[in-house]
Design a protein around this ligand. Structure first.
Ligand code: SF4
Length: 256
């Protein structure tokens, strides 16, 4: 994959659009880790799957990933009203939603420039709607966009400034192995405790630790991004295909 590295080019200030709503989160554990690596990051948290009641934002989710979704980790349960409001805003007034996103992205670019950092944006923090990033990455070539996805054929959606990490759902092993062979990285949740090491390999591919930061576009190509269970996933049943047993946890009765 040929990646265009983002610059911190400054834009002319845009007027706050009509019906503006603040959409991008810039201050959480993920974005702070990114600053240490030279990136100022904004993340959009919409309602995963059918949480909003108005749209399914995760068309390729598995029952297990919906049940164990990130929405149950950290402060996510407290932000349900905000996620639902943003999702309804997107469905009911797409133009104002996109204009608000553009305003926020330009704010990220300006702030990154001020801080001497590069701008990065993740538009599917808890959803899987690739069209948003595919549209906006064309308008902002100076921004590095990145997402995780469970939709098949991610290689067709890659762009010079849109990096996609494919996600193991528990039911898409063949697609995981196919895209790995094409150089698209695959994220896998392993059943290990926070204090335990991730496995070194998965299906013959090197496993890297995906928990040290969220800037997936800095990863080497052709690797497995190893994640540890969060939220409800820590209590996943042993037979859950979404949380993958490792050699050290096979036969072990305690979840991470
Ligand atoms: S696809 Fe991702 S965001 Fe959607 S329900 Fe599954 S884990 Fe959650």
């Amino acid at each position: 994959m040929i990646m265009t590295k983002p610059t911190n080019e400054r834009l002319k200030p845009r007027k706050r659009p009509e019906n503006y709503r603040s959409l991008l989160t810039t201050a959480n554990a993920k974005t702070v880790k990114g600053e240490d690596l030279g990136y100022y990051t904004g993340i959009l948290y919409l309602s995963p799957a059918n949480e909003s009641g108005v749209i399914n934002t995760c068309g390729s989710a598995s029952p297990e990933c919906i049940n164990l979704c990130l929405k149950s980790s950290g402060r996510m349960p407290m932000n349900i009203a905000s996620r639902i409001a943003k999702t309804i805003f997107m469905v009911e007034n797409r133009e104002a939603f996109l204009q608000s996103l553009r305003f926020d992205i330009e704010g990220i670019i300006a702030k990154a420039c001020q801080l001497g950092l590069k701008p990065a944006v993740r538009l599917n923090g808890t959803s899987d709607l690739p069209w948003i990033a595919m549209l906006l990455c064309q308008e902002y070539p100076q921004v590095m966009f990145y997402d995780y996805t469970k939709h098949p054929k991610p290689e067709l959606r890659l762009r010079p400034n849109y990096w996609i990490t494919f996600s193991h759902s528990g039911h898409n092993l063949a697609e995981c192995l196919r895209v790995l062979a094409l150089g698209v990285n695959v994220a896998v949740v392993f059943r290990v405790k926070d204090s335990q090491p991730l496995p070194e390999t998965w299906h013959g591919r090197q496993v890297i630790d995906g928990t040290t930061h969220d800037l997936r576009f800095l990863d080497n190509v052709g690797v497995v991004v190893g994640l540890r269970p969060k939220g409800k996933a820590k209590k996943a049943p042993l037979d859950s295909p979404f949380v993958v047993l490792t050699e050290s946890t096979h036969g072990c009765t305690m979840a991470a």
